[in-house]
Design a protein around this ligand. Structure first.
Ligand code: SF4
Length: 63
């Protein structure tokens, strides 16, 4: 599964980072960095939670 970020929608608040800090990081400029475009093994549940919890619907998963 790949993580796809719609940067135009992302507000940089970082809820995804709070849920899955190994995968998402908001940099000092407030830009979200996806640290691993492929969902790491064992992180499927937290990444799914982060994607579903994004208030801006800026994240999606694709096969
Ligand atoms: S939760 Fe959504 S809007 Fe917030 S930083 Fe993550 S991707 Fe961007």
């Amino acid at each position: 599964m790949r993580i796809v970020l719609n940067r135009a929608k992302c507000t940089g608040i970082g809820i995804c980072e709070a849920v899955a800090p190994d995968v998402f990081e908001v940099d000092d400029d407030g830009n979200l960095v996806v640290l691993s475009a492929e969902v790491p093994a064992g992180a499927e549940a937290e990444v799914t939670e982060a994607v579903e919890g994004c208030p801006a619907q800026a994240l999606r998963l694709e096969p």
